[in-house]
Design a protein around this ligand. Structure first.
Ligand SMILES: [Zn+2]
Ligand SMILES: [Zn+2]
Ligand SMILES: [Zn+2]
Length: 60
């Protein structure tokens, strides 16, 4: 289930564990990865988005 290496991703170059899916952060502080099987925390995510900026349907 590992992601494809991305040439311009510094974490792929470093070979450190991280997730290419977007971490969705909610206004009240909790968050989740868009990949259901993701086992990483928010700090391991290259992309962090606010749920209100996407049509996530949770905190609108
Ligand atoms: Zn990467
Ligand atoms: Zn993830
Ligand atoms: Zn939300």
């Amino acid at each position: 289930m590992s992601a494809e290496p991305v040439d311009d991703c510094p974490d792929c170059v470093d070979d450190s564990e991280h997730c290419h899916w977007a971490w969705v952060r909610h206004p009240d502080g909790w968050g989740e990865c868009l990949a259901l099987e993701c086992r990483f925390g928010p700090e391991a995510h290259v992309v962090v988005i606010a749920c209100v900026d996407v049509d996530h349907g949770c905190c609108a």
